[in-house]
Write a protein of this length. Structure first.
Length: 277
């Protein structure tokens, strides 16, 4: 796919890849609860494994495969338990699964910093796998699947990113956080915020799965935490001296580049929805 799109500009590649990606995600969300889960499980696996690959560029040795397996199991447990297919007690399976990581490191003779690399292994689970697992919790309420709620949150995330990108590109002058991300501007931030607010108002009018004021709060959460999440990922990339987390998605970089806003906004969105349900 990358080779076919190389002849186009970066913006054209970005638009084509976005249209294809959004179509796949939306189809998965609306076809059934299980296709929704499979799509986001795939995204979780790819993003987490990409994270471990990047961590390894500095000579670190996280348990990439096993850490990704832990993330996959956590995602499956969350989905099937929240959907009501499995009992809540199955959540306890994750405890021994995580504890096994310490035993695995006992047999890694070529690892000079085993506990440091255990930290990177757990970081991949906490930073990537947990937020994707939380998407399952957002989608389920009393064992009932709510695709419109997930779609609304994703649309606001996408609109925030797009608004910030286009406004920042055309009008951006005042740097938002130059030390971490020289291209981000205050104009871009406000462009994303206004776009998110409009998207939230549209959803609150036509899709009343939650109260209108909750859509507005979710938009605010996404603007703040999504932007900070993007900066956190930029900080991570600068620490290992790379521009993009990958090249799998034309015009967007890697999976970590594309879903960095989701990773740190989802814990806050879920907490808000659970408290004010």
């Amino acid at each position: 796919m990358n080779q076919r799109l190389d002849k186009y500009s970066n913006l054209t590649q970005r638009i084509i890849a976005a249209v294809i990606g959004v179509a796949i995600i939306i189809t998965g969300i609306f076809f059934s609860a299980y296709t929704f889960w499979l799509v986001f499980l795939f995204l979780s696996i790819m993003t987490q494994y990409e994270f471990y690959k990047l961590v390894g560029l500095n000579g670190n040795l996280p348990l990439s495969i096993y850490g990704t397996i832990c993330g996959t199991v956590l995602n499956a447990l969350t989905f099937f338990i929240e959907k009501g297919d499995w009992p809540f007690k199955f959540y306890y399976l994750i405890v021994p699964l995580l504890a096994i990581t310490f035993f695995i490191k006992l047999y890694k003779r070529k690892d000079p910093k085993p506990f440091e690399n255990l930290g990177y292994t757990f970081l991949g689970i906490i930073y990537v796998a947990v937020p994707f697992a939380l998407v399952n919790e957002v989608a389920m309420e009393a064992h009932h699947y709510k695709p419109l709620l997930v779609l609304g949150i994703l649309v606001i995330l996408w609109v925030n990113d797009s608004g910030a990108y286009f406004v920042g590109t055309m009008m951006g002058k005042r740097k938002l956080f130059e030390r971490i991300s020289p291209k981000k501007t205050w104009e871009g931030l406000f462009g994303g915020a206004i776009s998110s607010l409009i998207a939230a108002l549209v959803f609150s009018k036509y899709y009343n799965v939650i109260d209108p004021w909750k859509w507005i709060v979710i938009a605010g959460i996404i603007v703040v935490t999504g932007t900070l999440g993007d900066l956190v990922e930029s900080l991570f990339k600068r620490s290992i001296a790379i521009k993009d987390s990958g090249s799998f998605i034309p015009g967007h970089g890697g999976f970590l580049d594309r879903f960095d806003g989701l990773l740190l906004s989802m814990p806050f969105i879920l907490t808000f929805l659970k408290i004010f349900a």
